[in-house]
Design a protein around this ligand. Sequence first.
Ligand code: F6R
Length: 581
Amino acid sequence: MCGIIGYAGNRNAQEVLIHGLKELEYRGYDSSGIALKNNKKTQIIKSIGKISDLENKINNSKIIDSNLGIAHTRWATHGAVNAKNAHPHNVGKVTIVHNGIIENASVLRDKLINKGITFKSETDSEVIAGLINYYYKDDPYKAIEKAISELKGSYALGIIFSDINKLFAVRCESPLILGVGNHEYFIASDIGAILKYTKDYVLLGKNEIISIDNNGYSITLNGENVNRQVLKSNLNDESVSKKGYDHYMMKEIMEEPILIHNFIKKYINHLNKLPNIKKYKHFHIIGCGSAYYAGLIGKYLFEEDGIDALVEIASEYRYRNIKYDKNTLVIVISQSGETADTIAAMRMANENNVDTLAIVNVDGSTIARESKYKILIEAGREIAVATTKAFMLQVLVFSLLSYKINKDDTYLNDLKKLPSLLKILLDKTGYYKKIADQVYKHEDVFFIGRKIDYAISLEGSLKLKEISYIHSEAYQAGELKHGTISLINNGTVVFGILTDNSIYDKTLSNLEEVISRGANPIYISNVDADYENKIIIPKINKKLEPLLAVPPLQLIAYFVAVKRDCNIDKPKNLAKSVTVE
Ligand code: F6R
């Protein structure tokens, strides 16, 4: 949550920072701000709302010329959404932007208030500015070191001092990279913010302090120089374009067939590149939100191969008393690789010396770096807050692991057919719009399915509620009549997911039960049936059916949100990367 960007070089800092903020806006978008520095002058401008609101404010202000500055886009944790709580925060000579949460902020705040320091905001972040300023006499490194030694929690900080023409940064738990250009240097929460200028970056270790100006950069830890390799990102600066689509979400859904094709092609004849999971006896599959649902699908696929797995939401798992056995593999799933709870769950496994396997999109992220093994899903940048293509590739990893176990020829044929079948399904946008027309006026929607179809229901339901703000619930089809069926009224929309033919009749009966009580069914199956609203997906190996059933649900959610005029790529209250617990 929250995005930070900093720049020191020869360009107009304001332009670089605003561009970076737009790229980082998916991380939080309730308010934003910028601090520009020119010699001893530091100018701070903040605004609530979108980056475009900040931009308007800047355009209507007299802005100093500057080649050095820091900026921030906020997802509120401590303190309401208002301009006072927006970053950057300034105390005395120190101005900072912060991503993370300081757990002992109130203790530190009281300590500083007792020393006569006053605060303007309710944030934990301003306390950091106060602390660094308190310790700053003439050595910025000492001041930062002393201040961070008192912080408990997570932080990525961009720091400027009014009397030094350099930008400083430091991180612990929260992500931050150093971008290396030609006589220009950047700090950013995410490489996407700087791809327009450079693909070269450096990953920073915990509490290493970096300082940059247009002459170069230095990295130090406890006063000693640290050498870190300069890496090259393989991402493109594709962010400026939605490739003709109205929203990133639509563009990202439409990328699914080609990404799936590429991924299958990469691994199908090189199964040795996938870990040998047969050597483990116990499996824990961990994630949050959609990543957890991908894991739930994975659990059902494993079950078909005779493998039992525990699948758990990371924020629960991390606080359980898990008994580990050395034959356990903990699989953590995360698009961003920065989800705080998933990181904590992975670390718990690492600390217990059991093997961890990350299914992750962002290379260089904390999860990609700290897991013992990793499979990069190579979905490219996913900008829409609601995950679509990354979810599909997370599921595909389990499909390929399953193929590696059973090496079944018919399964292989179906795997190869998958991208073209998916493409045909995605092309039916007109039909999904018609279904969306029937859904968008409702305030309560249900999804029902059994086993793997229940996992698909969960994902379909989450997609719909998070971007359209329609209340939606997914239920195990057999469970509905134990209470929830009392919510079914005349016209209530119920999506029935019936891809698993082994329990088709059972789910069908449950669908009929809700129809008898007035529900308006939307039937999704590989078996044609006499329903007015139906999506018939091709019949392939049942382990691959989720990869055909989920995309129509993604598109229906999308079109419902369009009809309701929602902020599709940036739904309210959400952020793409949940870096706080
Ligand atoms: C839903 C969604 C979230 C994420 C979850 C985990 O559309 O995007 O539920 O799946 O926040 O995020 P990652 O995969 O980055 O760990």
